[in-house]
Design a protein around this ligand. Structure first.
Ligand SMILES: [Fe+2]
Length: 123
């Protein structure tokens, strides 16, 4: 079973943190408890955020069909399996595309600076 990423965000300053290990912890930022982001998995809007993948032998090519403009872009794509985690970061103007090892059951995540966290499981 793949481990889930735990991503939290400050409601005020919008700082985003990745939690490595959590046991009854309460993270605070701007004097408020940080809230966990729950990943979306259904794209209802015109913008697409769900990471799509194509299997190429022992690798997968992952892409998010999303604008990569200065004020709106995919900041990173991650893949988590039971014992591995990979993250690739992007800048505006990049193509939100990456190759990862093909691990059935792994979970792909994409983070948009405006529309938060999205995920898809690798079959
Ligand atoms: Fe977006």
């Amino acid at each position: 079973m793949s481990k889930n990423l735990i991503i939290k965000q400050c409601e005020d300053c919008k700082t985003v943190v990745k939690v490595i290990k959590e046991e009854d912890s309460k993270l605070f930022c701007c004097e408020k408890q940080m809230q966990e982001l729950s990943p979306n998995s259904v794209d209802a809007s015109y913008e697409k955020h769900i990471p799509n993948y194509e299997i190429k032998g022992d690798k997968i090519s992952v892409k998010v069909n999303h604008v990569m403009e200065n004020d709106h872009y995919i900041e990173w794509i991650s893949m988590c399996s039971d014992n591995k985690e990979f993250t690739v970061y992007f800048k505006p103007g990049d193509v939100a595309m990456v190759e990862f090892e093909y691990i059935p059951g792994a979970i792909l995540y994409a983070y948009c600076n405006k529309h938060a966290l999205w995920k898809k499981e690798v079959e």
